[in-house]
Design a protein around this ligand. Structure first.
Ligand code: IDP
Ligand code: MG
Length: 155
């Protein structure tokens, strides 16, 4: 796999949808040069939410987290590009919006850890797991040519 084929999974959570921030989230990630390869508007079934957040099972906030992510429709996306995981995480900002830097999505728009607007996979391995949980292989469209890529990544 080439560096440029690294993938990440991002979701606009129910509060982000309700607050009209879908376009803002997509815009900021697109602007960093990542290539969109999948996108859906979906209300997560409980079993998908449980699987998505399985690493947090047993933590005190787990039940609230599952209620939150299933409380309304979300936008799920996959992006591809060099350092896709780290780039998306840096655009999103720290988990607790109180600590998130200004200029990040959470730092600019959120105030509560339990309402932090966006999800971004935290590793290449988790991104793979999350992309395959939320998308069928046939829903990933990687064949299109991102014309800005050579100017953004220099390759
Ligand atoms: P991340 O979304 O920045 O990767 P994680 O630690 O993976 O953060 O936690 C997943 C989600 O669980 C967070 O985005 C947030 O919505 C929620 N969460 C994490 N820690 C807490 C907490 O201490 N209280 C309430 N919700 C939390
Ligand atoms: Mg996480």
């Amino acid at each position: 796999m080439s560096d440029m084929e690294e993938r990440t999974f991002v979701a606009v959570k129910p509060d982000g949808v309700q607050r009209g921030l879908v376009g803002e989230v997509i815009r900021r990630i697109e602007a960093r040069g990542l290539k969109l390869i999948a996108l859906k508007f979906v209300q997560l079934p409980l079993e998908v939410a449980l699987s998505h957040y399985c690493e947090h099972e047993g933590k005190p906030f787990f039940d609230d987290l599952v209620k939150y992510i299933t409380s309304g429709p979300i936008v799920t996306m996959a992006f591809q590009g060099k350092h896709a995981v780290l780039i998306a995480r840096s655009v999103i900002g720290a988990t607790n919006p109180v600590q998130a830097a200004m200029g990040t999505i959470r730092g600019d728009f959120a105030a509560e850890i339990g309402r932090n607007l966006v999800h971004g996979a935290d590793s290449v391995e988790n991104a793979k797991r999350e992309i395959s949980l939320h998308f069928k292989d046939s829903e990933l469209i990687t064949t299109w040519h991102h014309t800005g890529e050579q100017w953004i990544f220099g390759s």
